[in-house]
Design a binder for this molecule. Structure first.
Ligand code: TYM
Length: 334
């Protein structure tokens, strides 16, 4: 608790081009939850280097992502928006938690298996212990709730297990966090292959809508989205492409999937795809305009970076000192 409010933590990697999946599965919910909780939203740049990065590109993307958080509607006076690498406590707590995590637990992580298959020439120890750094992110702020897409659930489970394991040995040190998964949009699939999640690293650019795609591109990608030959608008697993479009439309308009099905009852796929495209443009265009505006205000963004890093460091250090003491590290002499 901070000032009587429960704490929320979440983060996003500054790797690749963000997709509509990142927005609907995470960022959009962050904005909705931001009044209710004391929020920490991190640009997790340290996670990004588990895959080889060009330094200048990473720096630029990290800044763009931080700006995008604000453009999406997160007020940096109320929400702590900061770079993970500006708070050394993340790495320090990750080390301690590493010593409480079993190899077998990390071996089971599906993201590790996927990423090591994709980057077979660079299966580094950071890729393996990635979920422990993620646990440290969350536990460092004593977060009660963590809004994420479905793909992060396994990492969240590990985080809860580590918190409970530590608490069982040393007493109540960590808050055990709960995942927050949105009702619609928690797993947006590729527009070209609805059996795969929409991903920044998809080789087929038509499968993903990127947050910075212009309206024509968005409309074209929606029109080309893979559906089926049933010619009937229903929300079922037998029509996965259509189901995904219903999810996208519902998440963009605030409808439930049932309301969307009722709205398009008897209409053709062509008409529906057009409406999906327009709904996505309606959500992304204001975001893009605000991003452009904010990007030009260097002094403002710099001030946000500085002030919020101080705030994050303050809360992170509080937890870290407590954990270090429990672990048996000598007290600092003041
Ligand atoms: P990342 O950067 O891959 O994704 C950021 C957020 O977007 C969600 N997401 C999706 N949601 C719905 N449909 C999709 N197709 C889709 N693709 C991505 C993700 O679930 C995530 O919520 N390890 C994390 C970053 C991280 C983190 C943390 C998150 C590091 N530390 C602590 C929460 C708390 C990751 O790589 O997310």
């Amino acid at each position: 608790m901070i000032d009587g409010k429960k704490v929320l933590f979440s983060g996003m990697q500054a790797t690749g081009n963000l997709t509509l999946g990142n927005y609907l599965g995470a960022l959009k919910n962050w904005v909705t939850l931001s009044d209710e909780y004391e929020c920490f939203y991190s640009v997790v740049d340290m996670h990004s280097i588990t895959v080889r990065q060009d330094p200048a590109t990473l720096r630029k993307r990290a800044r763009n992502l931080l700006t995008l958080y604000i453009a999406a509607g997160l007020d940096p006076k109320k929400n702590c928006i900061y770079y993970q690498s500006h708070v050394s406590g993340h790495a320090e707590l990750a080390w301690i938690l590493n010593c409480f995590t079993y190899m077998g637990e990390l071996n089971r992580m599906t993201q590790f298996k996927d990423k090591s298959a994709k980057h077979a020439d660079n299966i580094n120890a950071g890729l393996f212990t990635y979920p422990v750094l993620m646990a440290a992110d969350i536990l460092l702020y004593q977060a009660d709730v963590v809004p994420v897409g479905v793909d992060q659930m396994q990492h969240l489970e590990l985080t809860r297990n580590l918190a409970e394991r530590f608490n069982n040995i040393y007493g109540d040190v960590f808050t055990v966090p709960e995942a927050y998964i949105g009702k619609v949009g928690a797993k947006i699939m590729s527009l070209q292959d609805p059996s795969k999640k929409m991903s920044k690293s998809d080789e087929n650019p038509n499968g993903s809508i990127y947050l910075m795609d212009d309206p024509d591109t968005i409309m074209r990608k929606c029109k080309r989205a893979v559906t089926d030959s049933e010619a009937c608008i229903r929300y079922t697993d037998q029509q996965p492409g259509l189901k995904n479009l219903i999810d996208i439309y519902s998440a963009c308009t605030g409808n439930t999937p049932d309301q969307t099905v009722a709205e398009f009852d008897g209409k053709g796929y062509g008409e529906f795809k057009l409406a999906v495209g327009e709904a996505v443009v309606g959500v992304l265009k204001p975001l893009q305009d605000e991003f452009e505006r904010l990007s030009k205000d260097k002094a403002y963004i710099d001030a946000v970076i500085k002030e919020n890093a101080e705030k994050a460091n303050y809360y992170a250090t509080k937890t870290l000192r407590k954990v270090q003491r429990k672990a048996g590290f000598p007290d600092r002499i003041r």
